[in-house]
Design a protein around this ligand. Sequence first.
Ligand code: BYC
Ligand code: FE
Ligand code: FE
Length: 470
Amino acid sequence: MSIDYSEKIPNNVDLAGDRKLQRALESWQPNFLDWWKTMGPAVPTEDVYLRTAVDVGQEGWAHFGHVAMEEYRWGVFLSERNPDRRIAFGEQKGEPVWQQVPGEYRADLQRLIVIQGDTEPASVEQQRRLGETAPSLYDLRNLFQVNVEEGRHLWAMVYLLHAYFGRNGREEAEALLQRNSGDLDSPRILGAFNEETPDWLSFYMFTYFTDRDGKYQLGTLKESAFDPLSRTCEFMLKEEAHHMFVGTTGIDRVVTRTCELMREHDTVDIAPHGGIPLDVLQKYVNFHYSVSLDLFGSEQSTNAANYFTAGLKGRWQEERRGDDHRLTDDSASIVVVRDGQMGTDEVSALLALNLDLQGEYVKDCENGLKRWNRVIEKAGIETPLYLPHVGFNREVGLFAEHHVTPAGRLVGTDAWEAERDRWLPSDADRAHVQSLMRPVYEPGKIAGWVAPPVSGINGRPFDYEYVHLT
Ligand code: BYC
Ligand code: FE
Ligand code: FE
């Protein structure tokens, strides 16, 4: 089904066939546009080379072209419905999936959708000022691409709230525009989305580590027995791939440039030469990875057990798992801290589902490290990047009450405070990175702290005019 862009809200959910819903969403639309104007990308543009979804099928789902931001159209797109789809896990495994929200799960489903929805505009707010210091037009374009799609992900959740959760849902949709990242009075719901993304290194780290939490959470919601949620998330995952590409290749390009400068000047201290030292990159990895691990919730969670048993939220690639998909008799081992030592406990597998997802995420994160370390190794440099221990710098879950070093050793508060600036970006590190953030808006040019990409977007060259500034 191809999507009709002459409609006020482009969609493939037959909005025209439900006048009440259409009117409700059309009255939310101006509030969204106001929010985008005040909280969205700050840099004024004439147009940006963007991808827009035009279909939800396997092939050719997107169209590329220069679009003026005032004319950008956010729509509601769900993956195609599979009429035979059945619940894949939990108590009701094998039964047909739900097209409406069962009364007993209303509160929980709404909560999951609100939390998911809250992260999307939060990230746009966090990235609001980055356009003022983009290292190239190519990067600036990618920032806009990520931002418009996060805006569309907000639309996706707002559609569900309006279509399936009545008046309560409409109120939550309003509230999604009223909370703001970092706001003292009404912050975003999850911790990582109230942190700042003040520079482009942070942006690449965010799209690598934090958007990747999005990938895994959406993967579990795609398994949901509530079919409209499942179909929404399936399509969102398609867009998500590019966000992580921006992160993976972004960090790759910084590492590449860092190694070049280290060899050229024969020193690790490349800061005076306009580069980002490897140890600073490691600290940024430590920060963004640990903050993103918090997004998985507690390793041991009754919420997660209940969501799974009810069929609301499954596991990553649920259908490929070789067990009974109910897990009532299974156990899992979790790390605990007891008497100042790390040990393990056996708990019901249902209670350990956040940890299960976190484990999948960690494995995926390691791929980036392997990739970046190949660059480092090829340059003949012997200090690889690594992921810190999962207990490092945590504020949620089993490690929240403890101090754990990147190497995984439990230490006291004094030792932690004394070493903290060696493990996490210090004020001086952040100030140095900030000092490198100067916009480079000439086609084909790139800032000195990052290497150009290997190829452009949609077959265009790197020196293509991806963005026309005003
Ligand atoms: N910050 O049993 P617990 C994305 C709360 S990213 C603050 O440990 P649960 C994106 C929790 O709410 C994907 N509070 O955790 C990326 C609970 O509160 P109540 C976003 C937290 O519920 C980049 C209490 O602590 N999607 O899409 O099993 C750019 C105990 O909870 C945090 C989702 O997260 C925290 N980090 O799991 C753009 C999916 N963690 O009930 C977009 C939907 C926990 O005591 N959300 N708490 O008041 C969920 O599935 C779950 O809510 C969570 C938490 C995985 C977040
Ligand atoms: Fe998103
Ligand atoms: Fe994303």
